[in-house]
Design a protein around this ligand. Structure first.
Ligand code: RUQ
Ligand code: CUA
Length: 652
């Protein structure tokens, strides 16, 4: 029997392949390979599970992946776009880190302007530690329009437009000295949530660690998103001051808990480290207490309070609601959280919040209804040192479920089913939080951090695929030196038993979290909508080069070049300037054919701009050195691509 026949008669290939394999003796790996599935499996030493896994992940040429996984690239500073189930890397989006293929930060004015928005303390910052991507939502479901991602190291948030997969905005948070609880969105992307990690003085000033309790603070920023503009709106953004605890992760309430946000705070011990002076190291000092806090924040009410005169203070140009005001106005409560909490995940129906404790084998399930009652009844077990009411733990939980060692992050599959990563085992545990039962565990390799399930943090998870983001990949891939790739493991979770399908090495950065969206939800532009389009403003360019109007204009010592690109030439092909002139190239790709991208590189000028069909860019530089500098197209666009060239002649 041949594969083709199998398809025709409609017998599932896997069943037949399995039957072949059962009849086979152990393969030795070598030998001849024919087109027969059984023979290939035998020759390659593949088990029945291997063959079914291959069948579930293989996407033949011309077919497309069902899902897109948007992953952080960790301290690579970018966003990775991966197809699921094939796990093929489709794109690396330039975000915080210059990236020459996209011309991100290599000469085009618009990318310079976006990267310049990310400067902090007047210092250009050309990398980021990206952690948590957040897809924009409408009514609690991904809408496929925007993606946000945080930079933990230099507290910033980037906005990516999913029409053209380009970064449109970077905002900085001068109040924080690092962030971690971001980016997370509210159910209609009203706000993008960002919470500080390591406490520091909010005004950016110096204070000795001996004044930690008085001067150091945490914070949570609610960035207002203007969907029409596609930008975060600083004027409507506000901050709530928090005690000097470290914020871990956040999630927004939905359904009945809409209008509230949940974030865990750890290191409520306010440890300040100093192992070198005989103090407990941070890792011990921050784990001394049995309980830390889940912060429960009413962002809807906070937005109203922030708009009232006299309720906020200005710190570094930001509107900040002080802790005391937040308490008086009923905006902020704490719930005790067991042992080094990590991950705060709201269930799809918004009625419960699941929190893991890194040093506690349980997941704790909080009831939103009970939290509301406890708030209404003032059922408090006390306040923290800063006057924030602490809800009575026993009154607000639905229960605790023993999951295993080192539980971290939870994602959902619907019908009460959740998946939680177990860092220490390392495994993924499938469990039911309604029945409070563990269903199954699947070992993963090694040091799993986050999980990403298909639409797994929305109000309607798809429940078919799960990706385990593993920090270590020893023993998994051909050695490539002491720095190993991370390993994304794709798991089929559609059936009664989880099946590991695929190991996917990630050769850039240290990805933390990812979100997986149905690919057909996106409305992606295949070319820019018209010739002479400015991607940064997402509008026709103000002064683009247009076909037939190519020219060179001198305005004082500024030389404006209106240049077009089409297969296989630039017009003009000669640019002659005097040493010291400021050169402004208005460059338009006048192609309308899909994928007819050109590049524009200038010899020895650190310039390489990508211009996609229709795109117009402005490139500015000073011709400060006399000489002859070829400029050429860096995309292999046609048979005569090598001839797509010109000369920049700089006369002394
Ligand atoms: S969290 S270390 Cu996303 Cu597990 Cu950052
Ligand atoms: Cu255009 Cu090569």
């Amino acid at each position: 029997m041949r594969d083709r026949k199998l398809y025709r008669v409609g017998i599932p290939l896997a069943v037949v392949a399995g039957a072949f394999l059962l009849a086979m003796s152990c393969a030795d790996g070598g030998g001849q390979v024919s087109g027969d599935v059984g023979d290939i499996a035998q020759a390659r030493g593949l088990s029945q599970a291997d063959v079914t896994a291959a069948l579930k992940t293989y996407v033949p040429t011309g077919k497309m992946d069902e899902y897109l996984l948007f992953s952080s690239a960790g301290h690579g500073g970018q966003v990775l776009v991966i197809g699921v189930p094939s796990m093929r890397l489709l794109k690396v989006i330039g975000v915080f880190t210059p990236e020459p293929w996209q011309g991100w930060g290599y000469g085009a004015e618009d990318t310079h302007l976006v990267l310049a928005e990310g400067e902090m303390n007047n210092r250009p910052i050309t990398w980021a530690d990206t952690h948590h991507p957040a897809l924009s939502e409408t009514d609690g479901d991904y809408d496929g329009q925007y993606l946000f991602i945080n930079d933990k190291a230099n507290p910033r948030i980037a906005v990516i437009d999913l029409r053209d997969f380009e970064t449109k905005q970077i905002v900085t948070d001068p109040l924080m000295a690092s962030n971690h609880g971001g980016a997370f969105v509210t159910p209609n992307t009203e706000y993008v949530i960002e919470a500080a990690q390591y406490a520091a003085p909010l005004d950016g000033s110096y204070a000795p660690l001996s004044e930690y309790e008085e001067k150091y603070r945490g914070a949570i920023t609610f960035w207002k998103f203007d969907r029409d503009a596609g930008r975060l709106d600083l004027d409507q953004t506000f901050v709530i001051e928090l005690p000097p605890y470290w914020q871990d992760l956040s999630d927004a309430g939905k359904g009945p808990s809409f209008g509230w946000a949940f974030l865990n705070s750890f290191c409520s011990e306010m440890a300040t480290g100093g192992i070198e002076s005989g103090n407990p190291p941070f890792e011990a000092g921050c784990s001394a207490n049995d309980m830390d806090y889940l912060a429960i924040v009413n962002w809807q009410a906070a937005a109203e309070v922030a708009a009232q005169p006299g309720k906020t203070v200005q710190i570094q140009g930001r509107r900040v609601i002080p802790i005391q005001t937040a308490v008086e106005e009923g905006l902020l409560y704490f719930a005790p959280e067991p042992k080094s909490p990590h991950g705060a995940d709201v269930t799809p129906d918004g009625t419960q919040i699941i929190v893991s404790g890194k040093l506690d084998p349980h997941a704790t399930i909080y009831s939103w209804e009970k939290i509301q009652q406890a708030i209404a009844n003032q059922d408090f077990s006390g306040t923290d040192d800063f006057g924030i009411p602490i809800l009575n733990f026993d009154a607000i939980i639905d229960g605790q479920v023993e999951l295993g060692l080192g539980p971290l992050h939870t994602q959902f599959a619907g019908n009460g089913v959740a998946f939680t990563s177990l860092f220490l085992e390392p495994s993924v545990v499938k469990w039911n939080y309604e029945q409070m039962q563990v269903i199954e565990k699947l070992p993963v390799h090694y040091n799993v951090g986050h999980l990403a399930a298909a639409e797994g943090d929305t109000k309607s998870p798809d429940g078919n695929y799960l990706v385990s983001l593993n920090k270590w990949s020893l023993d998994r891939f051909t050695p490539v030196g002491p720095l190993l790739p991370q390993n994304f493991q794709l798991i089929d979770v559609a059936g009664p038993q989880m099946q590991l399908l695929y190991d996917s090495p990630i050769g850039i950065g240290e990805p933390h979290y990812a979100q997986m969206i149905k690919a057909d939800k996106l409305n992606v532009w295949q070319t820019y909508p018209e010739i002479g389009f400015d991607p940064r403003r997402m509008a026709p360019a103000e002064d683009p080069a247009m076909p037939g109007e190519e020219r060179i204009e001198r305005r004082g010592n500024e030389v404006h070049v209106y240049m077009t690109a089409i297969r296989s030439h630039f017009t003009p092909e000669h640019i002659e300037v005097n040493q010291g002139d400021n050169v402004v190239i208005h460059l338009t790709n006048v192609e309308q054919a899909l994928d007819a991208t050109h590049g524009f590189a200038v010899d020895k000028h650190n310039i390489n701009v990508s211009i996609e069909p229709g795109e117009s860019q402005v490139i500015r530089f000073t011709a400060d050195q006399a000489g002859v500098f070829p400029y050429y197209c860096t995309e292999f666009c046609s048979a005569l691509h090598l001839e797509m060239v010109g000369y920049l002649l700089v006369k002394p």
